[in-house]
Design a protein around this ligand. Structure first.
Ligand SMILES: CC(=O)SCCNC(=O)CCNC(=O)[C@H](O)C(C)(C)COP(=O)(O)OP(=O)(O)OC[C@H]1O[C@@H](n2cnc3c(N)ncnc32)[C@H](O)[C@@H]1OP(=O)(O)O
Ligand SMILES: CC(=O)C(=O)O
Ligand SMILES: [Mg+2]
Length: 359
């Protein structure tokens, strides 16, 4: 909430006739936010058949859509939105950046055309709370005009150093805030990092084993190196800011489509640190995201054993030589609850989870 605003006004609609803001952002499974370019006829034609195969379908209007195709992408998304029954799959969009020639018309046309179908609008290159306030008021006006009965939520991409520095105020800027994604490509450029890729690690970012001896021979001998995660600090900051404000953090894009192994590693780091999902840029990344962002059968089995062993949830018990208490129980409940939420929308996963025997 902005410091100058009173608590009683935070949850008031920002325009007469706009839907009442939510006081809590419900958790909706969103393991993969699958990007498509609505101006690419071949890609767009595949979208109706992808309903039900991925948690979120996102019509991208920003980077990766050619400038000449911006209007076709916007119109294409409106057509797909109108003609497709999305069932349980969420429909999101990424609009153009707020300083671009397209953002205003993106918002106006999308809310008027498919505001009743859009769950979340992703806003790129968010610098501070002022960007969210602008979108917040405009959306309220557009929602009122379109007669919508539920608010469209807003998701910010962190892809500037200023946005990172303001991450907490961005998360708390509006009751519409649904979550954050990492924008590693633009963020790297803005920070003047020396990477040249879209997300993932870098072989030069490493620590090296100490030399066996302090002389030249030891220094020049083979020494094991360990590649470090370039994004650890950023993701951890995002996770804390989101948790503090009751909204959801996501990894973002992994541009090396062919390297499915490193993609899985990067996604898993984000999952373990607290992210609820990631982006998929290519259909083959959907399965990776689903695998990583759904707790494993082994983790659920262990979590359920701890829950069972902890009885009323207080005190300490020994399980397999390890101490469990209220705090480890809480972690296990995070896993168990997530498994229940995913099983409710994913019949395959439900079968696997239902078959788990708690020993
Ligand atoms: C830094 C950022 O901002 S990241 C976010 C912005 N970037 C994006 O949104 C990129 C989205 N993805 C894409 O544009 C494409 O997947 C690319 C350019 C990466 C690769 O495209 P291609 O070279 O066509 O990939 P490939 O040949 O493997 O495609 C195989 C099939 O999947 C389809 N396909 C590829 N990507 C997608 C997608 N995102 N959604 C649906 N279908 C897709 C192709 O049309 C192709 O169909 P076909 O078999 O009928 O010919
Ligand atoms: C995600 C994105 O937009 C970026 O990495 O720049
Ligand atoms: Mg970007």
């Amino acid at each position: 909430m902005p410091a100058s605003q009173s608590a009683k006004d935070f949850f008031r609609p920002l325009a007469v006739g706009a839907p009442t803001p939510l006081t809590e952002i419900p958790f909706r499974p969103s393991r993969a936010i699958h990007f498509f370019d609505p101006s690419n006829a071949k890609m767009a034609a595949k979208i109706p058949a992808m309903v039900g195969t991925v948690d979120v379908l996102l019509g991208n209007l920003e980077d990766a859509v050619k400038a000449d195709n911006k209007l076709a992408a916007r119109e294409g998304l409106i057509t797909i939105g109108r003609e497709t029954d999305f069932g349980p799959t969420q429909l999101w969009t990424r609009i153009n950046s707020l300083d671009s020639p397209w953002a205003l018309d993106d918002l106006t046309a999308l809310v008027e055309g498919i505001g009743d179908k859009l769950d979340v609008i992703m806003v790129p290159k968010v610098q501070g709370a002022e960007d969210i306030h602008y979108v917040d008021r405009l959306l309220a006006q557009l929602e009122a005009k379109a007669g919508l009965d539920r608010p469209i939520l807003v998701h910010a991409i962190l892809e500037t150093a200023r946005g990172m520095a303001n991450v907490e105020e961005i998360c708390g800027a509006s009751p519409r805030m649904q979550g954050l994604s990492l924008g590693p490509a633009d963020l790297a450029a803005d920070r003047r990092m020396k990477t040249t890729r879209v997300g993932g690690g870098h072989p030069g970012y490493l620590v090296r084993q100490d030399p066996a001896t302090g002389d030249e021979a030891g220094i020049n001998a083979a020494r094991t190196t360990y590649q470090q995660d370039l994004w650890h600090y950023t993701i951890a900051r995002m996770v804390d800011a989101c948790a503090m404000h009751g909204i959801y953090p996501y990894y973002g894009p992994f541009g090396d489509i062919a390297d499915v192994v490193a993609c899985e590693d990067q996604f898993r780091n984000a999952f373990l640190l607290g992210c609820v999902g990631t982006w998929s840029l290519h259909p083959k990344q959907i399965a990776i995201a689903h695998k990583v962002f759904s707790p494993s059968v082994e983790d659920i089995a262990h979590a359920r054993r701890v829950v069972a062993a902890m009885g009323d949830g207080t005190g300490a018990v020994m399980l397999d030589g390890k101490m469990e208490d209220d705090a480890s129980l809480k972690q296990c409940l995070v896993v168990v609850r997530l498994a229940e939420q995913l099983a409710a929308i994913d019949p395959e996963l439900k079968k696997q989870y239902d078959a788990i025997e708690v020993g």
